[in-house]
Design a protein around this ligand. Structure first.
Ligand code: FAS
Ligand code: PHB
Length: 390
């Protein structure tokens, strides 16, 4: 008899949501996290949820604070030279909305729910190693301060992000990797100022900019910046003047500036590793794929992977392996849809090195077509809000 049914490596959104859904489905599990709980909570990341994510969290009983503190967006907005603001009203076009609710709060909600249900979460689990994943008797070893411990299990869920141990435990001969790095990053700040009421992306010849929010008194802004820069190259004054320069006056005049309380420079990357299953190991979230944040897909893909994987594990213990056998194929269909959309939107909205005036005009023309065609807006909207789960 194994120590647990599923050993989950990583306690980010993927790992903790999987643990929550498995517990709700009567499947025993243990979560192993390399960092401390507070370290995980201190990371500032995603902010926009697809409605599928909203419904998954609500259905799991994790939506109370999200519904109380989140902000529902009916539209996504894009500005560029010659166009003030194009508002793509996803609610009018598709009856679909988005929710602005920070990943940090989702993480808090997941940990708090884990405390309530008595989840088995092991923090500061050092040196996690996966064993015998090509058999039906896998195990994980780690050291959480009491020397090396081993947990035997039926399955291992690799939810340990891009720099985790799980994906690398699959032999390179069994993996196909698709990788694309972008020649710029996103410099992001949080400021305790009232945000714009809209989610606004901007294409500008000086570079990309994005206006988002966390709460009515917490704004999240980004500007495209070279990865050769550091945060120290961007004092607040420079950040604000660059952000305002990349926005139309109708919006920059509404921006309330203030001191940053967080500032970080994140690289942009498109990456997919196939397959997402190898023997008894199943990958979910950033462990299997990375998308540039332009499409607000990273966190949402972690949720859809976990929706599929939790359903598969729960069905397995009822004697049905259909979803388990199809997990990788099903998850990758959605992953590639989001990866392509995120790549396309990144190439449309950012300024690339050596970009010519023709390239800039071609980007602006594609945006003008989007403004002129409701068909194009509908196609854009269905990908931004997220296609239905299978
Ligand atoms: P995570 O990386 O969140 O969690 C993995 C967990 O595994 C971590 O807690 C880690 O400590 C742990 N771990 C790693 N190795 C381990 C090991 N060997 N043993 C045990 N535990 C281990 N997405 C968006 O949609 N919008 C954004 O704006 C956005 N901004 C981002 C900014 C940054 C700097 C980063 C890195 C990502 C951003 N993302 C964004 C993507 C992000 O939100 C991820 O998609 C999301 O965190 C994925 O969740 P997980 O798959 O759980 O991976
Ligand atoms: C955010 O609010 O952090 C955010 C919003 C939209 C994105 C990426 C990040 O595409």
């Amino acid at each position: 008899m194994p120590d647990t049914s599923v050993a989950i490596v990583g306690s980010g959104p993927a790992g903790m949501l999987l643990s929550h859904l498995l517990d709700a489905g009567g499947v025993d599990n243990v979560v192993l996290e390399r960092q401390s709980r507070q370290y995980v909570l201190d990371r500032i990341r995603a902010g926009v949820l697809e409605w599928g994510t909203v419904e998954t969290l609500r259905d799991a009983g994790l939506g109370t604070r999200m519904d109380a503190e989140g902000h529902v967006h009916d539209s996504i907005n894009i500005a560029w030279r010659g166009q003030d603001v194009l508002s793509i009203d996803t609610n009018r076009l598709l009856g679909k909305q988005m929710m602005a609710y920070g990943q940090t709060k989702i993480q808090e909600d997941l940990y708090d729910a884990g405390d309530v249900r008595g989840a088995r979460m092991v923090f500061e689990a050092d040196g996690v190693r996966l064993h015998d994943i090509d058999t039906d008797r896998p195990s994980v070893t780690f050291d959480a301060g009491a020397g090396t411990e081993r947990i035997t299990c039926d399955f291992i869920a690799g939810c340990d992000g891009f720099h985790g141990v799980s994906r690398e435990s699959i032999p390179t001969s069994a993996r196909t990797e698709y990788d694309k790095e972008y020649p710029f990053g996103w410099l992001g700040i949080l400021s305790e100022t009232p945000p714009l009421p809209i989610l606004l992306y901007a294409n500008h010849e000086r570079g990309f900019a994005l206006c988002s929010m966390r709460t009515p008194m917490l704004s999240r802004y980004y500007v495209q910046a070279p990865m050769t820069d550091t945060v120290d190259d961007w004092p607040d004054d420079r950040f604000w003047s660059e952000l305002l320069a990349r926005l139309p006056r109708s919006q920059s005049d509404r921006i309330v500036t203030g001191p940053s309380i967080e500032k970080s420079l994140a690289p942009l990357r498109s990456y997919v590793s196939e397959p997402m299953r190898w023997g008894s190991l199943f990958l979910a979230g950033d462990a299997a794929h990375i998308v540039p944040p332009t499409g607000a897909k990273g966190l949402n893909l972690a949720v859809s992977d976990v929706h599929y994987l939790s359903r598969a594990f729960i069905a397995h213990y009822s004697g049905d392996d259909r979803y388990l056998d199809r997990y990788s194929e099903m998850a990758l269909r959605r992953v590639w849809g989001a990866a392509r959309f995120s790549w396309w939107l990144t190439t449309l909205l950012h300024r690339f090195p050596h970009q010519t005036p023709f390239d800039q005009r071609a980007q602006e023309q594609e945006l003008s077509h989007l403004a002129a065609s409701e068909h194009a807006q509908r196609a854009f909207a269905e990908q931004y809000v997220g296609l239905p789960y299978e």
